[in-house]
Design a binder for this molecule. Structure first.
Ligand SMILES: Cc1ncc(COP(=O)(O)O)c(C=O)c1O
Length: 375
């Protein structure tokens, strides 16, 4: 690492977050969702997850699965998207669980000669309209074909929720759809059944036929947050309550985000009133001092972050470029001073609020160019 810009990941917090979920919700399998490099925290965090109780991993592609397999030889890994069957030998060799989501795929898979054998999870489309079986007959036929075939192990079945189910009925509809599509299959004969994701796991009743849950956000420290209501919103909420249409907010588990972001001052200069900063987007209306920081929109940090924290002060971001941002500082700021972009003084959720990004987008916004350091 030769640039003093880094994300600091607290693996102890990830461990504690997982432990908190495991202690509060009881399942046989806790599937940790670690796609996109563990939501950008780095696959180095997986050890902490496993210590906390994660006993299965889920990723989005075979590339991600193989990357993880290099460092974690034993834990089962499920790829959530169907894999091109040309690469199935890799799954066979490296023990990667595949998602099967249509009958044609099953028929093609049956034609392939396998060596060790493959674990399969069937994916049901209960309402996302993205991937999965949406037809009971095709699902049943696929189930039978897989069951009969040597070296194919039908290990799991799952689906994904589109909504939280807190203020909508779509969640119930998805459960009903899942039951309908799987009606001809004995779910109790499938070792791993998983539907829940973070928000539904925490906020809805345990689904009676599930013995596993899949979650990402909870591991990374996000459960739910009740918004602070202004006067008008409080009145609206009161009226809704009287009408029996009360808004339900997610439960807040005692979780902590583990992701902080730092850089340091690379250059300081005085800019005279009337001069432009950066690509002419900001004109100084008075004499001011600015600090240039080695982090830019190519790293995921831009004007939308609004301010950073240097030596006990919030400093407004005045200009963004691909690799650097310029912030307003006092004359006391020096080259080498530490800069917090996400941390104790500007918490992760505050940055979500400033950037108007939800946590999924913000975690994925800080690019891999930023070095990850681990506590
Ligand atoms: C299929 C699937 N399962 C589980 C998850 C994890 O969701 P969450 O981070 O909300 O728990 C995702 C996230 O995108 C997903 O696509």
């Amino acid at each position: 690492m030769y640039r003093n810009t880094y994300a600091l990941i607290d693996t102890k917090k990830i461990y504690e977050n997982v432990k908190c979920v495991v202690n509060n919700y009881h399942y046989d399998y806790y599937i940790g969702v670690v796609k996109n490099n563990a939501y950008n925290h780095g696959i180095e965090t997986i050890n902490a997850m496993i210590k906390g109780g994660i006993n299965y991993l889920a990723v989005s592609s075979l590339d991600e699965a193989l990357q993880i397999r290099k460092s974690y030889s034993k834990i089962p890994i499920l790829v959530l998207e169907p894999i091109d069957l040309k690469y199935i030998d890799q799954c066979d060799y490296y023990n990667i669980t595949i998602t099967v989501d249509n009958l044609k795929y099953v028929k093609e898979l049956l034609e392939i000669k396998l060596n060790k054998g493959i674990n399969i999870h069937l994916k049901v489309d209960s309402g996302m309209n993205r991937l999965g079986f949406n037809n009971a007959t095709e699902l049943k036929l696929s189930y039978e074909l897989i069951k009969k075939k040597e070296k194919l192990n039908l290990e799991g079945i799952y689906s994904h929720f589109a909504t939280s189910g807190l203020n909508d009925k779509y969640y119930n509809l998805q459960i009903a759809t899942f039951k309908k599509i799987t009606n001809d299959i004995d779910l109790s004969k499938i070792p791993i059944v998983h539907l829940d994701r973070s928000i539904t796991l925490v906020n809805k009743e345990k689904i009676s036929f599930c013995n596993a849950c899949r979650f990402g956000m909870l591991m990374y420290g996000i459960s739910g947050k009740k918004p602070t209501l202004g006067k008008k919103q409080k009145v609206k909420a009161f009226i809704k309550k009287i009408l029996g249409k009360e808004t339900k907010y997610p439960k807040e588990l005692p979780l902590n985000t583990a992701f902080e972001l730092y850089t340091e001052v690379m250059s300081v200069r005085k800019v005279d009133s009337g001069k432009y900063i950066g690509y002419g987007t900001y004109k100084a209306s008075e004499d001011l001092f600015i600090a240039t920081l080695p982090i830019g929109y190519a790293d995921g940090v831009d004007l939308s972050f609004r301010y950073v924290w240097i030596n006990g002060n919030y400093c407004e971001i005045l200009a963004e470029t691909m690799d650097m941002i310029m912030v307003r500082v006092s004359s006391k700021v020096k080259i080498g001073d530490k800069v917090e972009i996400i941390g104790k003084n500007i918490p992760f959720l505050k940055v979500c609020e400033n950037t108007r990004l939800n946590s999924y987008h913000l975690f994925n916004k800080i690019t891999s160019r930023v070095t990850r350091k681990y506590k």
